[in-house]
Design a protein around this ligand. Sequence first.
Ligand SMILES: Cc1ncc(COP(=O)(O)O)c(C=O)c1O
Length: 365
Amino acid sequence: MSRPQPKPWIAQIHAYVPGKSRSASGKPLVKLSANENPLGSSPAALAALAEAHVAADYPDPDARTLREAIAAVHGLDPDRIVCGTGSGELLHCAVQALCGPGDEVLASRYSFSLYPLLAQKVGATPVLATDDQYAASVDNLLAAVTERTRVVLLDNPNNPVGTFLPPSEVERLHAGLPSDVLLVVDEAYGEYVDPVLQRAGFELAAAHENVLVSRTFSKAYGLAAERVGWVTGAAHLIDLVNRMRGAFNVSVSGQKAAIAALGDQDFVVASREHNVRERTRLVEAIAALGNHGITACPSEANFLLVHFDGAVTAAQALEALSDAGYAVRHLPSQGLPGSLRITIGKTEDMTRVIATLRGLCGEAA
Ligand SMILES: Cc1ncc(COP(=O)(O)O)c(C=O)c1O
């Protein structure tokens, strides 16, 4: 009997694999596997969510008030902003609008695991440029550009490594690209970066016809459940993304919560400061385990990629952390069988994570 058949490129892909929140035996774990905000959400955003609203009506399809609030916080033009069901939707839109079979989507060897799927979903070919000690290398990305390259996806800070390319390097990458190649600077972790460096992406997007910058409310704003993200860029790119996105893509509650969260910048600052403090503590603890072959990549994000090259393996550490009640991210499918990505959690959780790693190495907690 015949049945509906997927396109050949869809038959080859798998669904996106999210971070785990349970042990192999089904025990619920503290989730340090999805880079969520350990401080939760801004009280103002929670209050907005708790407010009764009419569920029978569609949301504002253009998220106008939200776009104006984003524009006011960042000094942008609201007409150069599109909001989406998370920034993930908008990354999809950009790739879908510009790529098809025969085209290439370029990213760094270690980057957001969604990127190859975005290319494959439209029949395009994902190309991964060689890294430089796990980080994105501008030289290697530029060397991998061909006449088939349509989109370059750069997560900055990077996921899963956490490294940050300084504005001068992002500018050099952009300057080396043909003008008909779109550069998407994915700043999902942008609010965790030193505030002095946070505007560079927006300035690049405002100055050129082939740059989109994406941001999300899922990380430092603590609203991952509400699925709200946005992009900014040239008018013709905004027009493209608007044609591709879902019609009523940001829910009423998502728009309300995001607007309230933008009004509580103290929460974002507190989230960044907590992250720097606890990440520094984890970095120092890992450095003290260097003689056990445990090291970490430098990170500007809300997680640390930890490498296990000694007697204690990543698989053992994953199990010990799970026994201690923590889910972290093991990424063998991304070519990182010897590493774990650990989200920076609450202070007490980081204390227990550090004690677990020290205990595994036979060091006093
Ligand atoms: C680099 C990067 N970009 C984009 C996203 C998507 O986030 P959202 O769709 O929740 O905005 C994530 C989520 O983990 C991410 O790590």
